[in-house]
Design a protein around this ligand. Sequence first.
Ligand SMILES: [Zn+2]
Length: 111
Amino acid sequence: MEDLLVKYGDIIRKGRLPYLRCKKCGYSTYYPKVRCPKCTSHEFEVSESKGSGKVYSITSFNNGGRTYYYAIIEMEEGFKMYANVVSPATIGDRVMAIFVDERVQFNTVKI
Ligand SMILES: [Zn+2]
C-alpha cells in the first residue's frame, strides 16, 4: 500500500489525476482503499487518468456574492469522485480536471 501511495502522490505532484485500479476485477477508484469493494482483493495498481469525465450530480451555493459548484464527477475510466467545478455546470456536462492551488478541480468543456 505504501508504494501505491508514493506513486499516487508522484502523479498528483506532476499536476495529473491518479486513480487505483484493481488488478483482479478491474474496479477503479479515486480514493485509495486497502481492499477492492467489489472483489475484496488487495492488489491495486496506480494509473493516471486522462482527466476527462462528466457531471454525475451537482449542487451549488452562494457565499459572499459568489456561486460555488460542488459535484460528483464520473470519470472516463469509470470511477467517481467529489470535486469543485470552477464554472457553471449541470448534470451530464463534460468536464476536464485542472489543478488550482495544488487541488484537483474541474472545468466544463464545450463540445
Ligand atoms: Zn476487485
